[in-house]
Design a protein around this ligand. Sequence first.
Ligand code: GLC
Ligand code: CA
Length: 527
Amino acid sequence: MQYEWWHEAVIYQIYPRSFMDSNGDGIGDLAGITSKLDYLAGTLGVDAIWISPFYKSPMADFGYDVADYVDVDPMFGTLEDFDALVTQAHDLGLRVIVDWVPNHSSSMHPWFVESRSSRDNPKRDWYVWKDPAPDGSEPNNWISVFSGPAWTLDEHTGQYYLHSFLSEQPDLNWRNPALAEAMLDTLRFWLRRGVDGFRLDACHFAMKDPLYRSNPVLERPEHGYKDLGEYDRLIHLYDRGHPDIHGLFRDVRAVLDDFSEERPRFSVGEIHLEGEEWASYYGEGDELHMPYHFGMLNGDWTAAWARGVVDTQEAVLPAGAWPNYVLGNHDEIRIATRYGARRARMATLMLLTLRGTPTLYYGDELGMVQADIPSDRQQDPWGRRQPGLGRDGCRTPMQWAAGPGGGFTTACPWLGTVDPDRVLNVEAQLADPGSMLNLTRRLLEVRKGSRALRIGRYEAIEGLPETVFGYRRRVEGESVSVYLNFGDHPVDVPAEGQVLVATRSGIRGRAGGALALGALDGAVLSS
Ligand code: GLC
Ligand code: CA
């Protein structure tokens, strides 16, 4: 197998609104990111950054509603700022991955403005328009991910348009060849500007049933639907993931391959599926380089669960395909809140030692916590519609230093930060040898120095206490083993070797081949 940069890279996700504000308006921007590249490449030691959308946008979904795929929103800067970011990143050896939103544009995109202007506009078919049902209602029963019908009536032309997310995010019609070509061209635009790859947003939504049939409804469970939202009461057979999506991904791959001669370009898709269906998005090595694997996001936090997630992914991977893991992103509750601070340390140790490409979410290297934003102050449209589901809490500004602006801005930040003890920030943690930041840095350093951790085989270690998940990573001439105690009690683990890095400083191998792990401890041993 040939290993490219993205097999060995650790990716770091940046939510641009919240990383660094360079011009004192309280909102992060591209020049802010550029000013922190030294931190990313040097202090922290990641290999690639993925930047969430910074394109022109009315910000109905904070940039996931794109009004121009080939320009920067003034809020974030200019194309020149972007070029400067790429140049500096590359000088530091950092790869740059940008977000690409293929399923929908903004309703303010000129394409949609044209499309809705009349039924016979040449761009009418670039979006999905359908006649009302005979009684005037929606064309079928599809529900938007953000709740409510996935269809909105355009009074002026008397037809409904489809939006899998907000009504401000009309779905593009990938079955129209001119639209498909125009979208693929937007990839070429960024590839020419030097990007190393793309993260594809909500990408398996992009192809639906060509007959637009209604989804089957889940049989009502005996005790009612309980907390199932209206979206989850449908079986999503027809509104996403039509098999034709594979053709689209092959087209995307062909564009990337065209640009891969000087250096390989990369794609990772947001696809919330599991098992073989999930794995099908690798294609035969001719679709996505990888679909994101979200199995570690939620679980009952036992050794058996973690091992199950890993073993299942390893088992369903097609030949030659490469695994990956994430612990958080801009849609999920922060790991330090979801699992607790101690577990977050252990989870990070696991993330950075498993076989596969890890993605770190900005601020998780500090153990930043979920902010509790009251519903009347929610900025996220989803949270405003469905109290409790808002995502603002994981999108608060990066905490560079203690204090009100957190070193992020000299102004009032667009969202408040949470650092009551003044320890969840870069400055404080750099000074503390036992901090989450220094643990993460050490893990990245050990990983960088170990071929076994970067590309070695994975093999679970058998015969360990029930609360311990252990695995070995091996290449010719090097072997590393990892032990994670998911339990609330200390355990002794039979293990040989020298501790390279551990969640706590006191963890050492003992004579006689035993390793004493406290509750929620993890350790990496050379063996
Ligand atoms: C993806 C993004 C999410 C966004 C949605 C619609 O799930 O991660 O933030 O709201 O797509 O674009
Ligand atoms: Ca700014």
